[in-house]
Ligand binder design. Sequence first.
Ligand code: HEM
Length: 417
Amino acid sequence: MTNRNIPHDKNLDNSLTLLQEGYLFIKNRTEKYQSDLFEARLLGEKVLCISGEEAAKVFYDDSLFQRKGAAPKRIQKSLFGENAIQSMDGEAHIHRKLLFMSLMTPPHQKRLTKLAIQEWEALIPKWEGAKHVVLFDEAKKLLTRIACKWAGVPLKESELEERAEDFYAMVDAFGAAGPRHWKGRRARSRTEEWVKSIMEGVRNGTYSAEKGSALYEMAFHKELNGRQLDVQMASVELINVLRPIVATATFIVFAAVAVHEYPEVKQQLQSGPPEYLEMFAQEVRRYYPFGPFLGARARKNFTWKEAEITEGMLVLLDMYGTNHDERLWSSPNEFRPERFKDWDGSLFDFIPQGGGDPAKGHRCPGEGITVEIIKTSINFLVNFLNYNVPVQNLNFSLSRMPSLPESGFVMDNIRKK
Ligand code: HEM
């Protein structure tokens, strides 16, 4: 028997426990066993769960791990899209990744945030006349509108709400079994059909896309073999930039909760140094739950911290636990933006969107966009508006993945400052 030296979870299978404990599933056990790693069984398969900065370093060593076969089909059929960038390895992955990186540069971030400011401001008259608004619903629609505009994807106002719901349903499916999962799959089918029809139009010249836009670059991207992506894959990858922009609605809502619950933070956002806004956005991404963990498969047999890892073994890296690891973050369960003043920018301790170098591995290429969207949106709420936060349920669950404050953040009595 291998791995006698490392802790084993005693349960025959942990799949149900994982759904019950959610974001804390790995952390509960690394704390119980006082160990950065333990073995468990999920869906009948032996998996190694690992947590912490050293774990992130080994997980992102692509001589040791690959993504092929790591993401279950059910995640590919809802969240990612089948056989897309998340499941690629080696040269082919790096080549595809460069395409994504070229769409996330500071000028792209600027264009997106400019659109966001315009759209937030355009909402003021509607909000001033409304009895109340739910920030999450407004943010999803706004982000769908700006994501499509930025990417060059035509979107009719009449379809905005349905598209926004579909983008979020794909995300909402990732921790679900049953109806929520199937809702995400249906949303993906509808979205792929829609984007494919646009992509075909671009390819056959009936719709013209602007060079440099995400739509154009995905439509005409060439693989290492010199061939264009097929329409299906180009559409799936375009969705891989549209959907996560809409998903930043989650962080916007958590950020609004933080502003509401920590008056001293709000005050700093109003009258503190400009750098505070960035530190705030980083702390929102560290403190609040979004991505729980990531999976990869061992490329070969090797030993890490007394664990014998065998070729093909599934290894899960604890993102949430690493972002709340006491060895890396003092008082990790306190919301303290100031901690980012002295943060050294390590690629492996702060991993809400993955770790390592995004250009060389699977780390999210959209972190710049995410941070800028949170900053722009919170600056708008705090410095452009006065609003009241009526009594509501702002609790969020650590067992539901993805999580969100129950009420979606209701605001009323909204006035322009
Ligand atoms: C809500 C904010 C976001 C969160 C929590 C998030 C989280 C993540 C995580 C955890 C990964 C996987 C990292 C890995 O496998 O090692 C990832 C990958 C990815 N993200 Fe994000 N992301 C966000 C926003 C964005 C944005 C705004 C974009 C693009 C506009 C984006 C595009 C991607 C892509 C294309 C990948 C796949 C990268 C690869 O496999 O090489 N994400 N993201």
